[in-house]
Design a protein around this ligand. Sequence first.
Ligand code: ADP
Ligand code: 5GP
Length: 200
Amino acid sequence: MGPRGISSALSCVFVITGPSGVGKGTLIRALRQRVPELELSVSATTRRPRPGETQGVDYHFLSENEFDRHVAAGEFVEWAEYSGRRYGTLRTELEDRVKAGRPVVLEIEVQGARQVRSTVPDAVQVFIAPPSPETLRLRLVARGTDSPDDVERRLAVARAELAAQGEFPHVVVNDRLEDAVDELEKIVRAGLGQPLPSTP
Ligand code: ADP
Ligand code: 5GP
């Protein structure tokens, strides 16, 4: 771990990564209903808010200059450029929680997940994979939040991201949502040292 790393020995940091449209956000919402103590790290980004997204809740929406300032001040645990925009995890999202032993989940793309391997070496990293590459296009189009050009850019990045899944200790295929949430919950409870709640 480098001098600016964060040791998560007192708690658990969970990294959920995988291509756009695979269902990371959906899975994390469902997971947090089952494991309510899991807190979400709110990322910073230079992309514009989508309709319905709220400043400070979905993202810290920043100008290019504001993002630059956080980079220069070394305030990111990781950051990456994705589809022409920058995204990053601010130290302030992790430090207090980790010190207090509160578990936190990061939803980030693959380049960021790679950086977290060195900055937060104890983090539990999970790659979410689609049942087939074609599923991503169907889900992105069905989500309806990205322009056709942006969908194509995201699918182009997804090819490289899918090729990286072998780097991750846990791979969860998001085919049937409930099955994927079950699998994710098992990984997270194991990380937290908790038994699974018994099913009725
Ligand atoms: P990501 O956060 O990885 O970009 P989202 O969570 O936004 O992906 O999911 C992309 C779209 O796919 C959404 O419209 C979501 O409702 C849908 N989706 C997620 N998981 C499944 C699934 N298991 N089966 C079918 N559709 C899904
Ligand atoms: P979106 O524009 O769909 O919200 O996010 C685009 C991609 O950026 C997704 O793969 C998402 O997981 C990723 N992302 C969101 N926040 C961060 C972050 O803080 N760091 C990194 N590296 N990627 C992020």
